[in-house]
Each structure stands twice: as C-alpha cells, then as structure tokens.
Design a protein around this ligand. Sequence first.
Ligand SMILES: [Zn+2]
Length: 498
Amino acid sequence: MTERIAVASIIQETNTFAPQPSTLDDFTAQGLWVGDEAAERSAGTNTEIAGALASAAEAGAEPVPVVRAWAMSGGVLDEYAFTYLRGLLFDGLVAAGPVDALVLCLHGALVADGEPAADAALVEAARAVLPPGTPLVVTHDLHANVTARLVAQVDALVGFRTYPHVDQGDTGRRAAAIALRMLRDGLRPGTVLEKRPMLVPAESQAVADPPMALLRRLADEATGGPILDVSLFPVQPWLDVPELGFGVTVTHAGDEAAARATAKAVADAAWARRGEFAVHPVPVRDAVAAVRPRTGRGPVLLVQSADSPTAGAAADSATVVAALLDRPGELRSYATLVDAPAVAACHIAGAGSSVDTTVGATLDPRWSAPVRISGTVTRLGTDPVTLAGEAMTGQQVSMGRWATVDTGTGLIVLVTERPAPTFDPAGYRHAGLEPAEADAVLVRSATLYRAGYGGGYAEAILLDLPGASTPRLDYLDFQHAPRPLYPIDFAAPEKEAP
Ligand SMILES: [Zn+2]
C-alpha cells in the first residue's frame, strides 16, 4: 500500500510593530494555490512544500498537495484573511480524503487579529480533520516564536538551520522523512521545547557568525542516537506576543529525558552567551560624516535595517535622506524610500522637469518626519526589477511606479510606490543608479545585503534608528511579551541571571 503524505504550507512572518495589517491580498499577490496547482507551481523551488512533496515521491509514497499560501513579512493578519486561510487548510484536507500523514509548513511567527499563536491555531484546524494518531510533522523558520500550544499537538517539529536562509527545501525533506519513518519503521517521535527570556537582533543571528555558529555546532554535536533533530529558534524580535523568547526544540525517538537534557543544555548555552549577540549601531550623522568621497573601494552601505521591508516595515523613513542632504556637494550618494504621492508628482512633472516635494513618513509617521527635496526628475519607470545577487537570484520584485530625483547636491533619491529591493544592487541599477559609482548607498536590510552585494562594498555601517524593524530593541514598546526580557530589562549579562 502506498502511503498518502499530505503537504500544506501557510507562511507569513508577522511584525506586530508594522503600521498596516496584512490582508488576503498580500497572499494572493504572491500566488495562493490549492491542490495540484500547489505542487505544480512550487516544483523545483527551494521551499519547504517542494522539498516535502519531492521527498515523499522519491520514497515511493504518494504526495498529496493541499495548499500553498505565502506572503512577505507584514503587520498582524486581519481576521478575515486568517479565517480564510485556515478554511483552505481545513477544506483542503477534507477534500484530499484519507491521508496517512501531514507535513505542515509554517513560519512560526504568524500573528492574526485576536490570535497571537496563529500557527498553533492552524495545527488545531488540521488535527480537527485528521483521524486521531495521524502523524503530523511541522516545519518552522528559524525566526519562529515556538509555542507550547503548538508543540503539544505535533509529533515532531523541525526548523531551518541557516540564516540567511538557504535550506527551506531541505527542511521540508527532513520533516517528510520523519513522517515516513513513523509510517514505515514504527518511529514514535516527540518534540520538547526549552525557552529563554531573551531577544536577539536580526543583525547578529547569522549562523556563520559567533555566537550562533557555536550554538549550531552544539546542536549538531548533540544530534544522533535517540536525538533526531535539534533546532534553534532565536526568534525575529519585532513580535509583541505572550510566550515570546529564544527557543530550542529537540525531536527524539522516544527518549524524552535525553531530549529535555539536550534542549536545556543548548538553551542554557544561548542564555550564557546572550551578551555576545549585542550589536553596535551608529548614529546617522556620525555614519554619514564618516563616509569619504571617491576612495575607489566601492560604496559605504548605510544600513537602515530599522525600516526594512523584508522585515515588515514600511520603508518610508526619510531620516537618511535628510542626513545626506546635509553634506551638499561632498558625496555622490543614493537613497530610496516609499512615497506614492511623491512618485505621482514626478510622473505628472515628467522626466527632465524640475520637482519640489516632500518625501517620507507617508505610511508610518511614528519614527521619522517628511523631508523636502527639490531637483530634476531624471528617470521614470513601472517595470519590475530582476534580482541579480546571490539572494533570490532571478526573482522579480515590483517597485510599483518609481522615479529618480537628482537633488543637485550629490544625492539622487529613488522614490517608489512599493519598496525597492535594496539588499541587491539590482534595485538601484534598475533605476539607472550604479552603486559602484556612489560613495554612500542606503540599504534597508538586516543581513540579506551581504549575499546580495557579495563583496561589492567598502563598508557597511549599521544605523542607530527607531523603526518597526529596529536593531535597538529597547526602542520598542512591548506590551504583551513576558517580562523581564533580555536585553530590554537586563542592564548587563554579568549582573542578572534567570
Ligand atoms: Zn526567517
């Protein structure tokens, strides 16, 4: 008898500090696929669903695609969208008929209106359809906030091992392999969760860098024998929810005591090294003052991860524009921001015309003020950017309508309706702005620019700014997260212990 392995994927990383709610449009814009279409359109991509489906097929089982829903990071999901997506999962499983196991691919940091643990609610919907005892294995992004409510309902949970993330497909495969071993080898796995009350800036979560590299090595060394998987979940930090914290999960083959000891050891190591995750952002004025013109070493990247669209922020802060305007005639620099009214003004004026407008703070006025710019509209466009760097190569990203304004001060501003992909030089290049020719370039990304730019920059300076995705976690007003929470409530790691 061929086992039927259902695979479903509903993924969004929520930023609860983002200004706008996420809606169903954010999913349909990226393709919302059910049944066979979910398999056909995902085939060959480096995604959890494609990995799980391929793994089941290669093992001689029957892959049963249920649903694939994905959206960019954004604000809290509205109730309608969440109800709709949960319905797609529920109805899809009913329509699939009897299945022997489910691999459910979730981000782990999905928050819906009135439902802070939305991923756990999706597992509950699936359990409501599946007969009792049906194997259910979940995958999570490394930035997940793992909840006890979810862990209690799954047979196993596995997470990404990489950041920047490159092992989505492999994670799906690991989940499918556990489900198949349950069906074929009598494996009876379990997953245990340990959490520590700490947040880690995204900028210091890269697994190639210490201390994540050390924790990942500990996790790998602990894997083997009854320990099937050790996953680290340092959590994306812009998430104001109960149960927030650094998670470690251990999936075991029946030896819960060994799994608990392993999870505790790895979580303790993370806590002991919490001070090493600190980042040291630089005030904007100091960063801009440090840029030297025409060094021949490539541009200095001014990293405004505080307003990163890939982390759910609006990308409309004009603070860096203001700082660059304060060095007229000294630097050649590029900045970009979302400002639909300014784009409209440029398109009405036309290329070659002069324009005088404010830019910034049209979507999220909490953290910056509008800045006045005047100059010449040098280029207009509507077509999408094709990414060229190592991250998401070949993928197309729409900036909506866009325009470039040469302010005559050395600063050229790219205004867009949707965020420009600044983690890849292709974003500016698409608008006729070659980053290699600039002294300073604004980048809105925490780590992805490292892959996007490769070595093509002189220096990257992390900016000390507030914002919906700020590295300064003490700037954020956490209302629901458990307190005390490191680093917000602890002055220094030497002074406090849990
Ligand atoms: Zn992630």
